[in-house]
Design a protein around this ligand. Structure first.
Ligand SMILES: *Cc1c(COP(=O)(O)O)cnc(C)c1O
Length: 477
């Protein structure tokens, strides 16, 4: 039986259900399984012809025992979670003409970003457990633009949940904001916070404060579906397997992945898949001009960046990439004591310098690349002209990195396309001088024809007014 432990090691181990529903461990650490299932090539071969949802079932059932969720329920939950995807294959791949570059389209979900890939299932699992226990919950979500719309959509019709979406007004695109503010479900509550400077990282302190307030937490039965939640990471391991199985010539061949990284939850999942036995040679941590991760991996210095740089790839404008801790845990010998010491140092001083031997171990098979705004536009233009394929700015960060690191890679490179370009029309316009049909989407046009509905507050008032509002609206005052 897999138990879920906190990476900082100071909380009671729990089962899958509890790890999912509490989101973050009592010691403030992130949950991880105490053992990783291992996958061999024979098993991989037997999965070769599976569709995405059947593959997801195989992988997830390694982490979730039948006694926690009966297999037929798990299968149904997975099926339901992907029923709203726009593509029959759920996660299709496109080959670019250039060399071995493959674009993995993770944006075919209902809100057109990679966040839909895990959010649908995670929210469905919350609802499944809460209904069994006859309970209700408040979920708080901080978003850099895509998590909010995905969590809002997934919460539609879930009477067990009130979902609060905190977003930094003016720091996400109008299209992303409308996806939240035109979601009229009575249990979905977008809160536009004015005056943010560091994007979604501006909500870290508030969320920590709410989770530390035992009275508030128990009154509201508070949880989170941000990528601190293990359920998100677990689900995100699947597209690495799927990308592998769909694209290798022979099982056992190596592939590389280029991943646009923000909180680095997506790539942490990839690294976990590799630890389980997926034959991946290299990951490219692809960032914009927010380069905390690049410095951590290449120099072994992990520091809190004071302010974010605003980039076209705004969903990865992140200064505190929280899943780096999970990444470290899995790449430095899974030692909770070590992680706990580093974590404490980071919290205390805002900086950790890792010993050389550990840098060597966690940077193995990891390349990093930072992409400027100008390079982002160039990549969008270039790929559109040569391949007739329109990248969103985040996919462009991945593709640009794959091209730039070409000489260090020897395999097919799967570039994760994490959003549909229609979420970033201003960037398309800058790159191409026009918005081609591929840069539009019917759902965006539809939402532009509706009134917007949201709560508003200022960054300075947020810590007082947000908890009061949650209590008042949910009648738990
Ligand atoms: C969230 C997001 C990312 C980054 O994912 P992380 O898990 O935070 O690293 C990349 N691209 C887009 C479009 C996103 O919405």
């Amino acid at each position: 039986m897999i138990r879920y432990i906190s990476i900082t090691g100071n909380a009671e181990p729990v089962n899958f259900k509890e790890a999912l529903l509490t989101g973050i461990a009592a010691d403030g650490g992130f949950y991880v399984p105490d053992q990783l299932p291992s996958i061999n090539l024979e098993q991989l071969s037997s999965w070769k012809s599976l569709g995405y949802t059947d593959l997801a079932f195989e992988i997830l059932s390694l982490f979730i025992e039948e006694s926690i969720i009966p297999h037929k329920d798990l299968q149904r939950l997975i099926e339901n979670s992907f029923a709203s995807f726009n593509h029959p294959e759920i996660i299709p791949h496109t080959y670019l003409k250039d060399r071995n570059i493959i674009v993995q389209e993770l944006f075919q979900g209902p809100t057109l970003s990679f966040k839909d890939v895990a959010m649908g299932l995670v929210v469905n699992l919350f609802d499944y457990f809460l209904r069994k226990d006859n309970k209700k919950m408040n979920i708080i979500v901080a978003t850099s633009g895509d998590t909010g719309p995905a969590a809002g959509y997934a919460s539609i019709g879930k009477s067990t949940l009130n979902t609060w979406l905190l977003y930094p007004r003016g720091m996400i695109t109008e299209e992303q904001e409308r996806q939240m503010t035109t979601n009229y479900a009575p249990n979905v509550h977008p809160i536009g916070v004015e005056g943010c400077r560091n994007g979604s990282n501006d909500f870290d302190v508030l969320i920590k404060q709410l989770f530390a307030d035992e009275e508030f937490k128990s009154k509201t039965n508070l949880s989170s579906v941000n990528s601190l939640n293990w359920g998100r990471i677990m689900m995100q391991t699947v597209h690495y397997y799927y990308g592998y199985l769909q694209n290798v010539d022979r099982i056992g061949d190596l592939v590389d992945f280029a991943v646009p990284c923000g909180l680095i939850g997506n790539m942490a999942a990839g690294v976990i898949a590799r630890e389980m036995g997926l034959p991946v040679d290299k990951f490219i941590v692809s960032t914009n001009e927010n380069t905390v991760l690049n410095q951590a991996i290449t120099e072994g210095i992990f520091s809190k960046q004071k302010e974010i740089h605003v980039n076209y790839s705004s969903a990865i404008d992140i200064s505190v990439p929280s899943n780096f801790w999970r990444f470290l845990y899995f790449t430095t010998g899974r030692n909770t004591k070590r992680i706990s010491n580093w974590f404490r140092e980071y919290e205390l001083n805002g900086i950790v310098e890792f010993p050389h031997e550990h840098v060597k171990s966690f940077s193995k098979g990891i390349l990093t690349n930072s992409v400027t705004n100008e390079q982002t536009l160039e990549t969008i233009r270039d790929v559109f002209e040569k391949d007739g394929y329109l990248l969103d700015p985040h996919a462009a960060v991945a593709v640009c990195s794959a091209k730039k690191k070409e000489h260090e890679l020897g395999n097919k490179v799967i570039c994760l396309a994490t959003a549909h370009p229609s979420k970033f029309p201003d960037v398309t316009l800058k790159a191409l001088g026009r918005i081609p049909r591929e840069g539009t989407h019917q759902s965006m046009t539809n939402s532009s024809k509706l009134c917007q509905r949201s709560f508003r507050c200022s960054f300075d008032d947020m810590a007082h007014v947000v908890p009061k509002t949650i209590l008042k609206l949910t009648g738990t005052e």
